[in-house]
Ligand binder design. Structure first.
Ligand SMILES: Nc1ncnc2c1ncn2[C@@H]1O[C@H](COP(=O)(O)OP(=O)(O)O)[C@@H](O)[C@H]1O
Ligand SMILES: [Mg+2]
Length: 422
């Protein structure tokens, strides 16, 4: 399809293809169609007839015949929406559809949710893809070097890219998030490369790198990460955990989908306690989920990751159970003023203060006693203090980066207020 075709006739439907667990080839699972503001989904007859068919996410799209509406307050089932591009990918697609023009022209592109699903790359997060055909799978993939992709991202950042964007660059658009990123492969390993931007006021890439290095040291599962240089700038490589190797893909559900929210409601009403409810009901290890989430919140408080919204948590879905993915997007954030709040409620009654004292109070909601909670907090704080220099070396922080982050983002005194030590 040419750009003008896409714009003249926005798609009204798309076929949803899925990589079933352990399989290396996708099969068609069903179809999504737009009816007014809603997107309905139907499983294909051939899919329902398969012995190994699984639901794309049972609470939303159980394995039954007939058209299914999204849950209340959602325009599209969250498990499909999760697979689509977010602000970064949408911007790239708009510029591509505008023939390489930025600004007003790109902003005015009339792209719908289905346009974004169909125009973004096929190597998307999770195990779904979207196609115009139910019978022929045409992957939208292309490889390029990091420097080539990075150069395109930088031109995009400056609003200078002209001409139609390279397929390889568009390949990365299906990965969500707001920051510029591209996808890379080296042999069997696949990485998300998170790039610097001209609007960064500090080294965001290295701050995230040191957070991941610290998370690993306090015992929170995180993917492999590396800081490398490309075009004279830092890039954070994060290994993909939705690609277990051999061409297989793992299905993923965001916490936003577990909560049944769209982005707007999610920003206001998301709660760790409610995510835990879902993991306790549907999780592979519901017992352990409380402690795992608790440890992640403690860590987010410890490093000022107050961007811990419901798209920054996810679980694998295998058709019957959820299992928390390794942690990702752990990034110390700029703080203004003394106080800070997490992006999701920590307690069932809606408190979010980035403070250890609140976590001790909340501990029973996560199945921990107050003293177990203190152990988790004290042990993470001790590890962060002991291992800071080592983690900072691994993340290649400069002396300026270290003094900027330490005591401000990392172990801010506000976190300790009312806690007793610090
Ligand atoms: N290591 C990973 N493996 C698989 N998917 C990931 C990984 N890290 C992030 N993701 C997915 O990619 C999306 C964007 O990544 P993220 O690090 O959150 O970028 P941003 O900083 O732009 O928000 C996440 O919301 C998640 O769905
Ligand atoms: Mg993110």
């Amino acid at each position: 399809m040419t750009t003008s075709d896409v714009l003249a006739t926005p798609p009204t439907n798309a076929f949803v293809w899925v990589w079933l667990p352990e399989s290396t080839e996708p099969v068609v699972a069903g179809q999504v169609r737009q009816v007014g503001d809603l997107h309905q989904f139907i499983y294909g007859r051939s899919y329902l007839d398969r012995a190994d068919a699984i639901s794309l996410y049972r609470p939303e799209l159980p394995l039954t015949s007939g058209w299914q509406d999204p849950r209340e307050a959602m325009g599209m089932a969250g498990c499909l929406r999760d697979a689509g591009p977010d602000s970064w990918g949408q911007r790239v697609i708009n510029v591509r559809l505008a023939g390489g023009r930025h600004g007003d022209v790109a902003d005015k592109i009339h792209a719908t949710k289905l346009t974004y699903l169909l125009e973004s790359g096929s190597d998307r997060i999770g195990a779904l893809d979207f196609q115009r055909s139910a019978t022929e799978f045409v992957p939208r993939v292309a490889d390029a070097t990091l420097d080539e992709l990075h150069a395109a991202a930088q031109a995009m950042d400056r609003g200078e890219l002209t001409g139609v964007l390279d397929d390889a660059f568009v390949n990365g658009t299906a990965v969500g998030g707001a920051r510029p990123k591209v996808l890379l492969r080296d042999g069997q390993r696949q990485w998300i490369a998170k790039l610097s931007t001209s609007s960064d006021t500090y080294s965001v890439v290295k701050a995230e790198a040191v957070a991941m290095a610290l998370a690993r040291r306090v015992g929170i599962p995180v993917p492999a990460t590396k800081v490398i240089r490309s075009l004279g700038r830092d890039v954070l490589l994060v290994e993909r955990f939705d690609r277990p190797g051999g061409g297989r893909r793992r299905m993923m559900i965001s916490a936003l989908t577990m909560l049944g929210f769209d982005d707007f409601l999610g920003a206001r009403y998301s709660s760790y306690v409610e995510v835990l409810d879902v993991l306790r009901r549907l999780g592979r290890d519901g017992e352990r989920a409380g402690r795992s989430l608790f440890e992640r919140i403690v860590f987010n408080v410890a490093i000022s990751n107050i961007d811990d919204h419901a798209r920054n948590h996810a679980a694998f879905w295998d058709g019957s159970e959820l299992e928390l993915t390794p942690a990702y997007d752990l990034c110390p954030q700029l703080r203004s003023g003394t106080e800070a709040r997490q992006a999701m409620d920590i307690t069932a009654d809606g408190r979010r203060a980035s403070q250890f004292a609140l976590l001790v109070e909340a501990a029973p909601e996560y199945g921990l006693t107050g003293s177990q909670a203190r152990d988790v907090i004290d042990s993470q704080v001790a590890t962060i203090r002991e291992q800071w220099a080592d983690a900072a070396d691994e993340a290649q922080l400069t002396l300026d980066d270290r003094s900027y982050l330490w005591g401000r983002q990392i172990l801010n005194p506000y976190a300790f207020e009312g806690y007793g030590i610090g």
